[in-house]
Design a protein around this ligand. Structure first.
Ligand code: NDP
Length: 263
């Protein structure tokens, strides 16, 4: 058997382990728990004594997202590794571009972001570490097969690009709600925020990573798309309830949590 067969089995195992862990976290979040960062980082407001040490938002976002940029780059220079075809190369570039933005550009532009508890940062770091290896292995490991350059690839990449742009656009709408140095919350408006409270999440979940999975057709990409749903769908529901409670009748009544007109 080839030398990498053991690693291939480890890679497959890691994917299912990640999916199981994220599904369990989603179950907890659906039962009313919230990931305590951003507006939920203030433990006392939730009646909890403390979330432990905190890291400034900019530093936390950079450190916790960086592994998904660094790990694939390190993996791809290993002997026997590299994009299995030009299409695999395009998909790896999509993944790396997303994380270059999330780890290096997004943190610099945050306005007044709440500090992140260290343990939340550590969980996100573990996720991006494992997922960086998963996606790199699926598209560029010695066992990776070439992704066909067909309609699913083209359509999936277009969806990914639309989702990435939409996510960045809605993140920018949120950022514009605050002047530099400001920290409070306002009712978001514009774009898909007129329909859902989680417009930035909608673009990331339903368009960007679903498009990536459609294009890749690897178990790793499907696992990642499900993990993003497990992570962000409960957060969109929590944000929606939080807005309704905070702004009451001033919050648009027809707005839904995540899916326009439905949910
Ligand atoms: P949020 O929408 O909770 O917050 C984004 C930023 O906007 C924060 O700086 C927040 O400040 C600020 N903000 C949010 N709402 C308001 C408001 N009403 N008024 C003023 N400022 C506001 O997003 P997340 O922090 O959860 O996520 C950030 C990005 O990362 C998103 O694009 C998301 O899709 C992505 N993400 C991806 C994940 C994945 O698994 N792929 C996981 C988590 C996030 P503050 O910090 O003070 O609340």
């Amino acid at each position: 058997p080839p030398l990498w067969e053991g690693e291939q089995q480890f890679h497959a195992f890691l994917g299912y382990a990640l999916l199981t862990a994220m599904a369990a976290a989603c179950a907890a979040l659906s039962l009313g728990a919230v990931a305590p960062y951003g507006r939920y980082a203030d433990a006392k407001a939730l009646g909890i004594s403390d979330w432990g040490p905190k890291v400034p938002a900019q530093l936390a976002w950079c450190l916790q997202e960086l592994p998904s940029l660094v790990v694939p780059l390190v993996c791809l220079v290993r002997p026997g590794w590299g994009p299995a075809s030009a299409t695999n190369g395009v998909l790896l570039l999509c993944f790396l571009a997303h994380y270059a933005n999330r780890a290096l550009v997004y943190p610099l532009r945050i306005r007044g972001g709440a500090p992140t508890p260290l343990y939340v940062m550590a969980s996100a770091f573990t996720f991006t570490l494992v997922n960086g290896y998963l996606q790199a292995g699926a598209l560029g490991g010695p066992w990776a097969s070439a992704v066909p350059g067909d309609a699913a690839f083209g359509g999936g990449v277009l969806l990914f690009l639309a989702g990435a742009l939409g996510n960045a656009y809605h993140d920018a709408l949120l950022r514009a709600l605050r002047e530099p140095g400001e920290t409070g919350y306002k009712v978001p408006t514009g774009g898909l925020f007129d329909y859902v409270s989680g417009a930035n999440y909608l673009c990331e979940i339903i368009v960007e990573w679903a498009g990536f999975a459609i294009a890749c057709r690897t178990p790793a990409a499907h696992i990642f798309a499900w993990c993003v749903i497990f992570n962000l769908a409960p957060r969109a529901v929590s944000h929606h309830a939080w807005y309704r409670e905070k702004f009451g009748d001033a919050y648009p009544a027809q707005r839904r949590a995540l899916v326009p007109f439905l949910f």
